[in-house]
Ligand binder design. Structure first.
Ligand SMILES: [Zn+2]
Length: 81
């Protein structure tokens, strides 16, 4: 393969990597409103990266309400038996 073509491939690879990095950099701290208590909570860049990597939708509730729901679900299971 001529050197020129190799360069073209390399440049394209670099551009693709850069585009991917730019995509990641878009994860900025966001403020969301909780569906349950109406409080504003921070959806951090780290959390967004995690949610994004798992293909999950952003959370609708604050951490406290999410925890409460989780505890409620756990508590409800023995009652149903
Ligand atoms: Zn809440």
């Amino acid at each position: 393969m001529p050197v020129k073509n190799l360069w073209a491939v390399k440049v394209r690879e670099l551009k693709e990597t850069e585009a991917r990095l730019m995509e990641r950099r878009e994860f900025k701290e966001r403020k969301l409103k909780c569906l349950d208590c109406g409080a504003t909570f921070v959806f951090s860049a780290g959390e967004q990266t995690f949610f994004w990597s798992k293909g999950l939708a952003p959370p609708k509730r604050c951490q406290e309400c999410r925890l409460k729901r989780k505890l409620t679900i756990v508590r409800e299971v023995p009652n149903e038996q």
